[in-house]
Design a protein. Structure first.
Length: 92
């Protein structure tokens, strides 16, 4: 299905959804019934956002050549907060 835009001289544009290639050059306005001509617009194409595209490339690459981790990553920044109840626990 594709959206085809028509323009009524009185009411303005409206859109009709039809199978691709079945749009006529004019149509009846749903508001007033006047004849409206088809308006050619840019197709609704969208680009994939860069972070999403990068994630998809990594996902595809991981199937053929997965990244192998050989070291344990360093802990970042501060150590975990210490709970005072740990002092009451028995020591080995
Ligand atoms: Zn109209």
């Amino acid at each position: 299905m594709a959206g085809y835009v028509y323009r009524c001289p009185r009411c303005g544009p409206w859109e009709v959804r039809r199978p691709i290639g079945t749009a006529e050059s004019s149509g009846r306005c749903p508001g007033c019934g006047a004849e409206g001509r088809r308006v050619y617009t840019a197709p609704l194409l969208s680009r994939t956002a860069a972070p999403v595209a990068a994630a998809r490339l990594r996902e595809e690459a991981s199937g053929d050549a997965p990244t192998v981790t050989t070291t344990v990553p360093r802990a970042a920044g501060r150590p975990a907060p210490r709970d005072p109840r740990w002092d009451a626990l028995p020591r080995p």
